[in-house]
Each structure stands twice: as structure tokens, then as C-alpha cells.
Design a protein around this ligand. Structure first.
Ligand SMILES: Nc1ncnc2c1ncn2[C@@H]1O[C@H](COP(=O)(O)OP(=O)(O)O)[C@@H](O)[C@H]1O
Ligand SMILES: O=c1[nH]cc([C@@H]2O[C@H](COP(=O)(O)O)[C@@H](O)[C@H]2O)c(=O)[nH]1
Length: 288
């Protein structure tokens, strides 16, 4: 199968412990522990697949049992995996989170293999020199590699879409702030971190990023107004009011739906609407 979207970044297992109890530091409570495919690049790929795209994954996965199981899970989900770098000596990355009745208590992302693999994960690009389609890039890569991508003319010829991996890694995307061809997807908190100034709302944040020279900035703000500032001006959308059952992954779902909408020819306005609608469905608990 031929891919229509390249997803570059973290492809790992999410190990999530969930309890219905109120939790605080030191809590030891009964609950459920699950293991599901995760990592921002894989989350975007899974959602994009659900919206009709054929994503291929560029990342590192170990040749350990966890890695074999992860690649098999990705293939079952309809994702292309032959562009993954399978490493003999790097173990498969993992993210671990604990969620109580009072929300996310804490999480640790161990993406050290991705960082150690460096630009080896990009080697499949050598076989696609004419790629000009969408690329979803996540901010789990090292600052050094992200900075190189941001100044690489080959990436500037693609439809590059970039998202931070977490607020803690948002500043790794500073090299993209003045990128003349990239679209950046951030939430309001991440916009503030990138701009080194708290932002009042999605419109001012998106326009401030565009004023730095960025081609297009898309800023979300949970249930509040989302904005897209691009060469044709700024469009905004109020997310539909929904009963929220989960928020983890809302931003990744939003981005995947937005890319899929534009790939099918939607206008800027219509793509923003489709992305908000998809994310609302997702946070209300329905799968994609
Ligand atoms: N409580 C909510 N009600 C409706 N839509 C929501 C809600 N939270 C998130 N969304 C949808 O998901 C999008 C991304 O959410 P946001 O929280 O800004 O991103 P992230 O998950 O990256 O922190 C929002 O623009 C909105 O469309
Ligand atoms: O430093 C990172 N944190 C978190 C993620 C991924 O992001 C998702 C959870 O993030 P959030 O709660 O922001 O949706 C998980 O799938 C996790 O694997 C990641 O790739 N890198």
C-alpha cells in the first residue's frame, strides 16, 4: 500500500494505571493497568487511519518482545510499519501514566531510544525524494534533530505539520516558530511556552506565532475557541459543548482530523470545523 501521510516521532507502549479513587502522592490503591499503543506520532497515525488516511510510521522500535508486539498491533490497526527502524540494541520506548478520580496524577515518558536513534529514523526518506505530501512530526525528537529538520530544505518542500509531545517538551519546537512552510498545532499553554509569554486566547496566540514568520499556527484551548492563523487570514471555531469522559489525546485527534480534512480538499474553515467536531466526539468517549 502507498502511504499518504508520514508520521515521525514517538511510537511506544502507553502503560496506564487507572483508579476510581481520589489519589495523591504516595497513594497505593486498587485499579486497572492497561497497555495500549501510544506516543504522539502513533496516536496521530491511529486517528488519521480512522479518518481514512494511510499513514506510515518513522520511528524506532526495539527487536525485543515489546517491539514485536507493538509492530504487530500497528499492522493490525492498518498502519504501514516497514518504514520503522528496528534496533537490535535499543529497547522499545514506553510511557507510563497514573490516573485517579481527580485526573492525571503523574506520567513519565521514556523515549530514550527515539532520542538515541537520532536521524536513523529518517533514513526511509531517502527512498521518497519527491514526497510533497503531509508529514506529521512530533516534538519527542531531540532539540538538535528538530533544529536540523527545521532548516532542511527537503522538509520545507513538504506539507510539514508539527506538534509538541507534551508541555514539558514544547520549547523543543522553537526552531519551527519562524518556519515559512510549516503548520504548528499547539494548545494555549504550549503557545505560551513557545512564545515565552502567557497567551490570553487562541486567536492572539495563533496570530503572535504567525507574526514570528510561521506559515500557519493552529491553537486549541480545550472547550474554548480554537483558531487557525494562516496566509489567508484567521479562522476560528467554538468546540461543541460535550460531556467530557477523557481528554488524553484530544489534541492528537484534532490534528489528525484536520490533516485528513485538508487532504480531502476541505477549506481552512471547514477543516477547523471537522477537527473540532472530531475532537468533541473523541473527548465525549466515542472512538474517533
Ligand atoms: N471539554 C471539551 N469540550 C469540547 N471539546 C473539547 C474539550 N476539550 C478538548 N476539546 C477538543 O479538543 C481540541 C484539543 O483540545 P486541547 O485540550 O486544547 O488540546 P490538548 O489535548 O493538546 O491539550 C479542542 O480544540 C476541542 O476541539
Ligand atoms: O513526552 C511525551 N509525553 C507523552 C507522549 C504521548 O502522549 C500521550 C498522552 O499525552 P496527553 O495526556 O497530552 O494527551 C500518550 O499517548 C503518550 O505516549 C509522548 O509521546 N511523549
Amino acid at each position: 500500500m502507498t502511504p499518504d501521510l508520514l508520521c515521525i516521532g514517538a511510537v511506544l507502549w502507553d502503560v496506564i494505571g487507572r483508579s476510581n479513587a481520589y489519589m495523591e502522592r504516595g497513594s497505593d490503591v486498587p485499579g486497572r493497568i492497561t497497555r495500549i499503543p501510544g506516543g504522539v506520532a502513533l496516536n496521530i497515525a491511529m486517528a488519521a487511519r480512522a479518518y481514512g488516511m494511510t499513514p506510515t510510521l518513522l520511528s524506532v522500535v526495539g527487536r525485543d518482545a515489546e517491539g514485536d508486539a507493538l509492530v504487530a498491533a500497528c499492522a493490525r490497526l492498518g498502519l504501514l510499519t516497514d518504514t520503522l527502524y528496528r534496533s537490535d540494541d535499543l529497547r522499545t520506548d514506553v510511557y507510563m501514566a497514573v490516573e485517579g478520580a481527580n485526573g492525571l496524577i503523574a506520567a513519565i515518558a521514556d523515549a530514550h531510544s527515539l532520542e538515541a536513534a537520532g536521524d536513523k529514523i529518517l533514513s526511509p526518506l531517502a527512498d521518497m525524494p519527491d514526497w510533497s505530501g503531509p508529514i506529521a512530526l512530533d516534538g519527542n525528537l531531540t532539540l538538535d534533530l528538530l533544529a536540523r529538520i527545521a532548516t532542511d530544505p527537503a522538509f520545507a518542500r513538504t506539507d510539514l505539520r508539527v506538534a509538541p509531545a507534551s508541555p514539558g517538551k514544547a520549547e523543543r519546537l522553537i526552531p519551527f516558530l519562524s518556519h515559512a512552510a510549516a503548520t504548528l498545532y499547539v494548545n494555549l499553554e504550549e503557545a505560551g511556552l513557545l512564545l515565552h509569554a502567557p497567551q490570553a486566547n487562541a486567536i492572539t496566540a495563533a496570530e503572535a506565532m504567525r507574526a514570528r514568520g510561521l506559515y500557519r499556527a493552529i491553537v486549541t484551548d480545550g472547550p474554548r475557541l480554537a483558531a487557525c492563523a494562516g496566509p489567508g487570514g484567521t479562522v476560528t471555531r467554538h468546540p461543541r459543548r460535550v460531556m467530557v469522559t477523557r481528554v488524553t489525546g484530544a489534541g492528537d485527534t484534532f490534528m489528525a482530523a484536520h490533516i485528513a480534512a485538508e487532504a480531502s480538499g476541505a477549506s481552512s474553515d471547514a477543516a477547523l470545523e471537522r477537527a473540532c467536531e472530531a475532537a468533541a466526539t473523541y473527548v465525549s468517549g466515542d472512538t474517533y
